[in-house]
Design a protein around this ligand. Structure first.
Ligand SMILES: Cc1ncc(COP(=O)(O)O)c(C=O)c1O
Length: 377
């Protein structure tokens, strides 16, 4: 990933392409294809394959746990972040008068379970100022009835990275709330320090370079009772096939409660292979390689006639930069015609830089963007 040779070996589809859209879809290395092939071979064994499926399951959980700073038993795997949040909402058993804090830089998955009409809690929106979520504005929203604060470590919208220790401290000082952190736009790209976080959620098809159909959930053992998910199923139950199975259901507390039925094993194989791949390279090494690209890109963008949406504070940068331009769609189309891939939506353009990107990617992108801006002016 970090050298020309390893990039070519593991990511052949990147040849000739300037791929700046990992925040939407990561490019899986060939190691992940091998894992998916392995899944198929194991599946062909029928029921005998299950032992192999569960070996991958355990390995994937152990790897995710190492990334989260938790024990393997504190990790669950469901099908996507949205599912994780909906199950978390069930676990909270919110009542009238309870309060939940969401924020306006977040992806809908982490915010909308609490906006359902069946949710009795009052929702407060922590609003960004100039693209940044400031802790002092969070403190204003916290109180004795706050049950949950939900936030992304890195915003999908503009790449803003919260100051997690300050958020943890504020939440715990000013409320009895649990803190849920979505690390989808960070896991695999920047080192995680998640001490004090009560629920960790991540999708698996972006920076960790695995497949769709995965949702990683981390619940520290000390919080297992608070995140006891009252959902039907069987994989999540104690004694699901016991003699009292039609009288009562006993839900497993914590992370184990977030996998309600048979795990999505193809995704599990992919997660295992991708996390193993990333662990082999080291997230610190990825960050060391990709950070100068982010800084160079930010510097280049700030000299162009675009409206930067990402705050310029270095401590708040991860792998994403975003900007606005009235001709965003046209710009994206023109760049795409030159095999430069980025995200655009409603006037916003977003680029993402991972370990497989190179300084040449940034230089070509900035040059072509400057030409395109001149052409659409
Ligand atoms: C922060 C964040 N969370 C979650 C998701 C995706 O959620 P799901 O796995 O439910 O599709 C995204 C996708 O863009 C995201 O950026």
């Amino acid at each position: 990933m970090l050298t020309e040779a390893s990039r070519r070996r593991s990511f052949p589809s990147l040849e000739g392409m300037i791929y700046l859209n990992t925040a939407a879809e990561g490019i899986p290395p060939l190691e992940v294809r091998e894992a998916l092939d392995q899944y198929f071979r194991d599946k062909q064994l029928g029921m005998d394959g299950r032992q192999r499926h569960f070996a991958q399951w355990e390995a994937a959980k152990a790897l995710a746990a190492a990334f989260f700073g938790l024990a393997p038993a504190d990790v669950g795997i469901c099908s996507c972040s949205s599912e994780a949040y909906n199950l978390a909402a069930l676990a909270l058993r919110l009542r009238q008068g309870d309060e939940v804090v969401i924020n306006d830089l977040d992806f809908p998955a982490g915010a909308t379970p609490w906006l359902q009409e069946t949710c009795p809690a009052t929702v407060h929106v922590w609003k960004a100022r100039d693209g940044a979520l400031r802790v002092e504005n969070l403190v204003e929203l916290l109180g004795p009835r706050t049950r949950l604060v939900t936030v992304s470590l890195v915003s999908f919208f503009n790449g803003f990275r919260i100051s997690l220790p300050a958020v943890v401290e504020a939440v715990h000082k000013h409320s009895p709330a649990l803190l849920a952190v979505d690390v989808t736009q960070a896991l695999g790209r920047v080192r995680l320090e998640l001490a004090g976080v009560d629920l960790i959620v991540s999708s698996t098809h972006k920076w960790i370079l695995a497949s769709h159909g995965g949702g990683l959930v981390g619940v520290p053992a000390a919080r297992a009772q608070e995140w006891s998910v009252p959902a039907g199923g069987w994989f999540n139950l104690e004694g699901a096939f016991g003699p009292q199975r039609f009288e009562r259901a006993v839900n497993r507390p914590g992370a184990a409660g977030f996998t309600v039925g048979m795990p999505n094993f193809p995704a599990v194989y992919a997660i295992r292979a991708a996390l193993e791949y990333l662990q082999g390279i080291g997230v610190a090494a990825i960050d060391r390689a990709a950070r100068p690209l982010v800084l160079a890109c930010l510097e280049g963008l700030s000299r162009l006639p675009v409206e930067l949406l990402t705050p310029r504070e270095e401590s708040a940068l991860a792998g994403i930069l975003a900007f606005r331009h009235p001709a965003a769609e046209q710009i994206a189309q023109r760049l795409r015609a030159k095999n430069i891939h980025l995200m655009h939506h409603a006037g916003r353009l977003r680029i993402a830089l991972h370990g497989y990107n190179t300084m040449r990617d940034v230089e070509v992108f900035l040059r072509e963007l400057a030409d395109t801006l001149a052409a659409v002016a």
